[in-house]
Design a protein around this ligand. Sequence first.
Ligand SMILES: NC(=O)c1ccc[n+]([C@@H]2O[C@H](COP(=O)([O-])OP(=O)(O)OC[C@H]3O[C@@H](n4cnc5c(N)ncnc54)[C@H](OP(=O)(O)O)[C@@H]3O)[C@@H](O)[C@H]2O)c1
Length: 328
Amino acid sequence: MSSFKAIVIRKGEAGQTVGLADFDESELMEGDVTLRVEWSTVNYKDGLAVTGKAPVVRRFPMIAGIDAAGTVETSNHPDWKPGDRVVVNGWGCGETHLGFYAEKARVKGDWLVPLPAGLEARDAMAIGTAGYTAMLAVLALERHGLTPDRGPAVVTGAAGGVGSVAVAILARLGWTVIASTGRPEEADYLKELGAAEVIARQELAEKVRPLAKERWAAGVDSVGSTTLANVLSMTRYGGAIAACGLAGGMDLPTSVAPFILRGVALLGVDSVMCPQHLRREAWQRLDTDLDRRKLAKMTEEIGLDGVVEAGRRIVEGQVRGRIVVKIG
Ligand SMILES: NC(=O)c1ccc[n+]([C@@H]2O[C@H](COP(=O)([O-])OP(=O)(O)OC[C@H]3O[C@@H](n4cnc5c(N)ncnc54)[C@H](OP(=O)(O)O)[C@@H]3O)[C@@H](O)[C@H]2O)c1
């Protein structure tokens, strides 16, 4: 019986434990494709899973990790054959289905996306769920008909993973980007990624007025709560905000004023159950619209043995940009 190294979360009487362990291949869950995982990444949700800070994990034991890039080893799925290079994220992996902080994974072939021709597996995981979600948010703004000539775009939680990638993509697409961060020391970093202006998180943390001075035409919000409510109240007539996160809280203390008096739209973004055609579009656009030098600037690399510590750091808001995990 062969085994492989994985970050395994177990639940016992004393609560949840997490650590690097040997996992038996016979315990892999059902699926028609077996992958050799080469790279993974640490997202906010991974941090919640490994720290147990929120009930992300719904099955025990669980291999944590919601993202993978790697190679198909065996396949009973008509679309995939051994040697194919693929990306997979979401669909409950790392939550209800065994995830990807592991040398091996078994998944449904329907969940896989081909690794875009211009991306290395490591690049794909430097992007990861956070970056792909940022791209989904930009696609949502575009589908709403917004273009850079309508005014600036705001990005909240800008020094985080979703935020950093959103800043880089929007700047590349010609938007004037206003980056909101709680870490003023990251202002130069955000400007290097393409932000035209950096504002303090606190500016969006004040008591929410139904309508405030119009400041931006579009936005990508990974913070939620009062921040998102303030962002909406400051959105220009006919603008839209793509909401994808809750780093600041799950509530939304807003009023209908921005929607009914300024025609502002709130666009929801979900990466987990996102349909295949949108995933493929997002990965193709990431291939063309994300500057690799900027991606390199925002990425740090760790091994499997660094995942738990990185998970702790990300839920404390201490991670800048993205973390890739080299597997094996
Ligand atoms: N909808 C989806 O499918 C989807 C997909 C991916 C991620 N997400 C969500 O998006 C959010 C960001 O994910 P991520 O991986 O980018 O995490 P991350 O790297 O930790 O980024 C989150 C950023 O939010 C800011 N922040 C943290 N705590 C805050 C607080 N209390 N108040 C205000 N701002 C705060 C920080 O940015 P600054 O230091 O710059 O202020 C932090 O870097 C998470 O909530 C995650 O669950 C959702």
